[in-house]
Design a protein around this ligand. Sequence first.
Ligand code: IPE
Length: 265
Amino acid sequence: MDDKPTVLKLGGSVITNKEKPLTPDLKAIERLTTEISRAKVSSLVLVHGGGSFGHPVAERYNIAGGYVDQSQILGFSQTHLAMTLLNSWVMEALINHNIPALEIHPSSCAVTKFGRIVNMELKPLKKMLKLGFMPVLYGDAVLDSKQGFAILSGDQLVSSLAIKLGACRIIMGADVDGLYTADPKVFSSAQLISHLTLEELKSLEHKIEGSKTTDVTGGMLGKIHEVKLAIEHDIETVIVNATKSLRVYNALKGEKVIGTIIEKG
Ligand code: IPE
């Protein structure tokens, strides 16, 4: 019961239909919750993204940019509501698979400063893990000490929680197979990188930042930036394609899986 937790992120593009606002991908949610249930990881924290729920509403009211005028306040509530609706689909599927999942709303327990977590109440979460619950969090609109409010991404939550809980591993369930030597959507010669050290990751990040016009990882720059912080704390991170069957299952079981493993080195 006291073993080190694993932190799993399910990207919003995996569990929602990105083309249609407020549309969950119920087939993907069903498959992934089955995989989580079958893997039987004794200590697991789940974080999911926003996809077509949180992002469009947050954008409409510019929640990420912070407080400008009072009209955004209702937008903040609507962004959070959209996320709780998506979260309910995930929670229902998890509990239907007999997983004792319990949601934690970041807007109620985390405060950021210019978008970075400075304060987060973790006592209930730790207690949940001790008792055998699976805490479930998600990217959310949160209050911010400098700009009124901000968007706290699921990716930042993952690395922050992994560090504070002393997690053994992070699994990032994305909609691509992992990190590539070039953008696979542009260059057919792009190759999947199966293993990286922190140093190698930093030079890859440099290369991406330098090129600016193309994100050679296929939209992974933000993720790299967040997971780097956890890897610096010696937390192994694996990026897998959660849109493909059994990748998350294999990763949860610690089995060989197609993806990118990043270690401190
Ligand atoms: C975004 O969370 C949450 C909101 C916009 C409210 P994430 O940034 O983790 O979501 P995805 O995984 O990119 O969709």
